[in-house]
Design a protein around this ligand. Structure first.
Ligand code: DAH
Length: 355
């Protein structure tokens, strides 16, 4: 028997005997791999006489082709068998009744975003969106936060590889939607922009991903009175109180001037926090009059157009309204937590139905 015939006789039998793709792969390596039988036989050709080299070389190459075809066809056969086996094992009886104990519910973050949206929709605000992956230009520069500005450090930004120029990031706030909306349309504007935001921060009161709702109004003759009226109305509706003490405390944001933080009155006794009355204050959001530089950066003339903006943290508002004590539990995906704090999917928040 010639050398190729001897290899063929064993090889075809070994391939046929394989029962799994792993075993077949072992056979392929043993025959055609770098140190496989065929490869080793081909290596001996160098020292053979010219006539043998020619005939044996041709025969080995033919055999190589024959074996790789045999391996390929066995491969599809095994793949089919393995698929059938998996399908049989993973069979799901779709006619089984659902288990009441695993009924889903609406996450408090989704619920609160819906509530905020319903309140502002009633005041004539549209809903805008922007991408989670932003450029540093939209997240910072155009919002009047230049490269050297200390606010950039405060934001603990997650930078992405992007083009390798360090200019792509996960947005640290929803404020870049202000820029995108102004650049994409003509004033007047009145919208809110809910969405995910990201900061490289993780402790008891911070998670690397959280949610904000941005609010933005641009029109002619807009002043701080409009801002105050709008936010006071919002807070009353959101906390479902007919009166709520609200305090606008001077603050600083690079994209607003003047800027304020908004506190609501509350009382804290031992374990209980009561919103709407008492001698304590609780910070709930940031706001201000849109900075003339931001308007100019988007091609608007600040002498003609004015506006206000605000930004609020969704988890924070959810914790205050629904008495959820620990921020980190929001993202544990614990179904017991969700069935306790979650909302009925059919209970869609609306002002008429009560939030
Ligand atoms: N972007 C701010 C932050 O994430 C929140 C904010 C404050 C947004 C004031 C605003 C604003 O639009 O006017 O900390």
């Amino acid at each position: 028997m010639t050398q190729p015939d001897a290899i063929r006789a064993n090889a075809l039998a070994d391939i046929a005997a394989c029962e799994s793709s792993n075993a077949l792969e072992e056979q392929r390596v043993a025959l055609l791999g770098k140190k496989g039988a065929i490869t080793e036989a081909l290596k001996t050709l160098g020292s053979a006489d010219p006539e043998t080299r020619k005939t044996l070389g041709a025969a080995l190459n033919l055999l190589k082709q024959e074996l790789s075809e045999a391996i390929d066809s066995k491969k599809s056969q095994i793949a089919m068998l393995e698929l059938n086996e998996r399908l049989a094992n993973e069979k799901v009886d779709v006619t089984l009744p659902s288990r009441p104990s695993t009924r889903g519910s609406i996450h408090p973050v989704s619920q609160v975003i819906e509530e905020i949206t319903a309140i502002f929709a009633d005041m004539g605000f549209a809903v805008a969106e922007g991408p989670d992956i932003e450029s540093d230009e939209y997240n910072f520069d155009k919002l009047n936060i230049p490269e050297s500005h200390p606010a950039r450090q405060m934001h603990d930004t997650f930078y992405l590889q992007g083009n390798g120029d360090g200019k792509t990031l996960l947005r640290t706030h929803t404020s870049p939607v202000q820029i995108r909306t102004m650049q994409g349309g003509k004033p007047p504007f009145r919208f809110i922009a809910p969405g995910s935001t990201y900061r490289c921060d993780s402790d008891l009161t911070h998670t690397p991903m959280f949610h904000q709702v941005e609010g933005f109004v641009i029109d002619k003759g807009i002043h701080m009175g409009h801002l105050k009226g709008c936010l006071i109305e919002f807070l009353k509706a959101f906390f479902e109180l007919s009166e709520v003490p609200v305090r606008f405390r001077p603050s600083f944001f690079p994209f607003t001037e003047p800027s304020a933080e908004v506190d609501i009155g509350c009382s804290r006794s031992k374990d209980e926090l009561k919103i709407g009355a008492g001698s304590d204050w609780l910070e709930v959001l940031g706001c201000g009059m849109v900075h003339p530089n931001v308007l100019k950066n988007c091609g608007l003339d600040p002498d003609e157009w004015q506006g206000f903006a605000f930004g609020m943290g969704v988890e924070r508002l959810a914790m205050l309204k629904y008495g959820i004590p620990d921020l980190r539990t929001f993202f544990d995906s614990d179904s017991r937590w969700l069935s306790h704090y979650g909302f009925d999917a059919l209970n869609i928040p609306s002002l008429v139905g009560g939030l």
